[in-house]
Design a protein around this ligand. Structure first.
Ligand SMILES: [Zn+2]
Length: 182
């Protein structure tokens, strides 16, 4: 855990998120749960990070789950209210955050990795993410909404009604605007 946190806070925007949560007195629980269907998850109703086992505690997993914690802090009333309608909005914004953070150095793209997705779609997403990484102004609410719809279409495991209040990536915008990282 310590090692994963250390790696995480070595990345500019992750460090920004971490410091924002600490500065605003956000408290979280950490739990191990061997029955977890995924290797790691953030549960907004109890503000709990859960991990299936020790191998699940990596900086890559923490990155996504910390972003979910930031969404929970950022959006009025928290994100537990979007467990059904809006679930896909919450998930896609977190995947996009991860993708624009890693596209230049490590790999891309967690949001459209599945080889069953047409290559043209995967390539177009990669180009869009790359353009945002180079210039954050490329992240417009129109392009975001169109990719959100495609994410909803291709990921049955995350698909849900799209929530109109979350149709723009406001949590991500706040990090882009307020952190020195983009
Ligand atoms: Zn997630």
């Amino acid at each position: 855990m310590e090692q994963a946190l250390k790696e995480l806070t070595g990345v500019c925007s992750d460090e920004y998120i971490y410091n924002e949560l600490v500065a605003n007195n956000q408290k979280f629980n950490f739990e191990m749960d061997s029955s977890l269907p995924y290797s790691a998850g953030y549960y907004p109703s109890t503000k709990t990070f859960k991990f299936r086992d020790n191998d699940a505690i990596t900086s890559v997993k923490l990155k996504e789950e910390f972003f979910h914690a930031y969404q929970d802090y950022f959006y009025d009333g928290g994100t537990a209210q979007y467990a059904d309608s809006g679930r896909v909005n919450i998930e896609f914004e977190a995947k996009l955050y991860q993708d624009i953070n890693t596209v230049l150095e490590i790999s891309c793209c967690t949001a459209f990795y599945d080889l069953n997705i047409p290559k043209k779609v995967r390539d177009d997403y990669f180009s869009w993410v790359m353009s945002i990484a180079k210039n954050a102004n490329e992240l417009t609410s129109q392009t975001y909404l169109s990719w959100l719809k495609r994410f909803n279409q291709y990921h049955s495991e995350y698909s849900s009604p799209i929530h109109s209040e979350l149709s723009a990536p406001e949590a991500l915008y706040s990090i882009i605007d307020s952190s020195p990282c983009f």
